[in-house]
Write a protein that binds this ligand. Sequence first.
Ligand code: SAH
Length: 270
Amino acid sequence: MTDETPAPKRSHGRVSISLSGQPRDLMGGPPRVKGAWTARIVTLFPGAFPGVLSESLTGKAMDLGLWALETIDLRPFGEGRHRNVDDTPAGGGAGMVLRADVVARALRAADAGTPGRARWPVVYLSPRGRRFDQAMARRWATCDGITLLCGRFEGVDERVLEAFGVEEVSLGDFVLTGGEIAAQAMIDATVRLLPGVLGNAASTEEESHSAGLLEHPQYTRPAVWEGREIPAVLLSGNHAEIAKWRRAEAERLTRERRPDLWARHETGRD
Ligand code: SAH
């Protein structure tokens, strides 16, 4: 770590405090349960966090200290008076690339106090990465935390990804302007699997993608809406029949909509 490298700043509940070079402010904010799962985000836009994560179940869990969010602003790690973070691509072409030396300083700051990659993955959000899925969220939820590097422009100099043992993970086969939305989606999917975050733990066992099937259709009151009735079995009170119906519907939907999942489900059963 160079003299210029400031420590990561803790965010205080709903307010994501960006790196300013000031001493760490330990005042105020929600409690943090000891060893709480922590998402550390390296980004040029710390103001984008916590974003939607401050709402509803993830926000409540953050307020309770069940997980924590820390943003590391890439800008102060930039070069020169203007704190430049990017430069033109080697070999020519459109756009700008985030510099290896600048990103390395931020990642070194993010590494402070982390237990190693097995318990604290370091991930670059990238359309070239392995596609994020429920299994990955489950694995991340068993770690102590995660560092997520959000790219911008044309991306990040390849050398820093190699040097830091960074995993590349994609939100899907499309291109976003930056990694921040992808990071929030992946944090949301992970945080809801942490112990105590969802009131009803059973709800993560039966939902889509947990047993390799999509979820069955859901209904609630009114029993008749614009002439459409709730399937009678769901109002029968017969729990065995209800479970059977739900299972059959989950299988039907998976077969119809996701032949890829269905094929894997079928082979998994052999
Ligand atoms: N030139 C790159 C795309 C850069 S998009 C390429 O063709 O692969 C700018 C940034 O947005 C990326 O660095 C990445 O951090 C983020 N990003 C874009 N699409 C993404 C996706 N599908 N999943 C995760 N992050 C994405």
